[in-house]
Design a protein around this ligand. Structure first.
Ligand code: ADP
Length: 167
């Protein structure tokens, strides 16, 4: 199942919350800040031991004080105009996060709009990639419930249009 909801991803009651992290995994603003605030300082401690994460890849921690059991920290690309492999790196983020969620035995996963905040990836283009990758993945992992958690009305509108177009 795949749907778009609005809200703060740190408050989602799912097995896995995907974080829009940076390569240091040592915290930032936006989604990352909200997740760390809600999870408490033990999350940062666990992240420190991971030694960072390359762009396009993802790493797992526990959820600590979050409602979620795990956090999958995915590192999206910084938008540099679109000719530096940004599309494929963003697609990799979604694929790697979904693969890890499945390996963890998760039944539900919440995604933010990775790279569309501080990393400036165009929101329409990013959402089309996100929906395509999740749809493809659900062909083989149909039991998984995936939520796109949108922080603003514009992002929610983009996802709703894309999801309707697929139905
Ligand atoms: P990135 O650095 O990957 O661009 P950001 O966290 O800056 O990540 O932003 C990614 C997207 O998440 C943006 O659309 C932003 O508006 C949205 N966002 C910010 N805070 C939250 C939150 N608490 N829950 C869900 N989405 C959020």
């Amino acid at each position: 199942m795949l749907r778009a909801v609005s809200g703060d991803i740190a408050q989602e009651g799912v097995d896995v919350i995907v974080n829009a992290a940076n390569t240091t995994l040592l915290g930032g603003g936006g989604v990352d800040g909200a997740i760390h605030r809600a999870a408490g300082p033990a999350l940062l401690e666990e992240c420190r031991a991971l030694g960072g994460c390359p762009t396009g890849q993802a790493k797992v921690t526990k959820g600590h004080r979050l409602g979620a059991r795990w956090v999958v920290h995915a590192v999206g690309p910084v938008w540099k105009g679109g000719a530096r492999g940004e599309d494929e790196l963003l697609a990799c983020c979604y694929r790697n996060a979904l693969r890890l969620a499945l390996e963890l035995g998760a039944k539900s996963v919440a995604f933010p709009a990775i790279s569309t905040g501080a990393y400036a990836f165009p929101p329409d283009r990013a959402a089309a990639i996100a929906v395509r990758e999740v749809r493809d993945f659900l062909q083989v992992a149909g039991e998984l419930e995936v939520r796109f958690v949108c922080f603003d009305a514009e992002t929610l509108g983009i996802y709703e249009r894309l999801l309707q177009a697929w139905e």
